[in-house]
Design a protein around this ligand. Sequence first.
Ligand code: HEC
Length: 475
Amino acid sequence: MDFPIFHLDFMGDRLLIAIIAVIHVMINHGLAVGFIPLVTWLEYKGFKKAEDAQITGPDWDKLAYRLMTVAFIITTTVGAMTGVGIWLAASLVNPASIGSLIRVFYGAWFTEWIVFVTEVILILIYYLSWKKSLKSVEAKSRHIMFGTFLSIASWITMSIIVSILGFMMDTGSWVENKTFISGFSNPIYLPQLAFRTPMAALMAGTIALFLTVLFTKRDTSIRILATQAIGKWIIVASIFSALGAYWYYSRIPHLMIGNIQIAVGTMDFQSWYNLLVWFIFGAISVSMLIALVTILKPKLKIPKLVYIIPVIAVLGFAGIFERIREFIRKPYVIGNYMYSNTLRVEDYPLFKRDGLLTYATYSPVKEVTEDNKLIAGEQIFLIACSRCHTTNGINSLIDKFEQMYSFKNHEPLNGASMKAYISNIQNARYFMPPFPGNDKELDALVAYIQEIQKTQTPEANLIPETEMSHDSIAK
Ligand code: HEC
């Protein structure tokens, strides 16, 4: 509560982070972590297949270069911007959790930053010196070495971030001893890394296969040999992805999903869960099937567009996977330490005793009175519910309450039953944090929800301009 609250009422704050982050993951895994080693491998194959007078096999080299061009353009533009975008969105939406993560992972993030800068330098060298590398055998082998270093650097940056993602799901023994090592080596880290690494290779393989079909002519030997090579890459990556998924899956989500299913029964989540299982097998099988056909029947006339199917399946799966990972973590943003509403678990007794608004630095009101009830209620909504709900947009509180009480015609919501529900919210739905405020604040929240149901007023209109000014906040 030490930060002003940023709230997007039409789409919800979660979606803002989700869109940017999912695009970033697709580019990072599909065109960097998994793709660079694949390109380097194809370049190396050309080098090995060179005939006596040649430095490298020109067809292989040209293909690898064109694949790298796509990766270079996308990773250094959209990839880089969405990477920064995650920081921007996450620090807007939940500055407290980013703050905590930085404190715990300071050294790891610093290392990640160094490796990332190295990665940027290496990708510039690797891509921009490609033409020059064709001058001599030494230059070519040095170039391939740069590709290898770049591959390693990309993987290291990912492997550090994966630890932080694992930590957010399950902090393990960190909650007790608060050491960096216990946070970094959290229980979900290795299984998730073991899954993400081959998954990145699989994503890259499907993209590379599609691009290779676009970039080469049918029945040429480079088309046949390169698609067969990439096909093998896909099969190996698929097998390891399936094994990694199994390990990862058996390690955490079962526990969390088990918890959720008891608490939630069959809400939306249930269908996402089934979809995930379907997608794991669907995406991996489709990719393997196409790869197998390509390897075994290279002359079969498959329309180019068919090759886009595994790309969509695998990227779609990655998107759903990220959504699930984020969802099952709830009600926490950092497992057992900080709830998704940005409040720390250990501070709850304090809020219950003194009231939430007392500690809300940016709230224009510090205590609920009859006169400021709606303004106070809005503040409580912003603090306690707005990380996941809107008033009138996606996952709107009004919709949720009306649906829950089966109100079809906007019948006025009943204050007493809402109050009873919210005071027990964490038991009703495990994925929501307990209500953090005191009794008067709960009344104010309920009054506010009733008011916006009645007026359909977007929340920001309730506070007169003057009260939002910095002067009044400073006082
Ligand atoms: C950690 C995120 C989070 C927070 C914080 C949160 N909710 Fe929710 N809430 C959800 C999600 C997710 C759903 C389910 C949405 C869906 O799948 O339809 C939900 C559903 C609901 C429902 C419908 C439950 C049902 O059984 O149909 C109500 C009512 C609700 N929330 C009220 C609140 C109120 C009031 C607050 C603030 C005190 C709050 N929520 C805070 C995430 C959250």
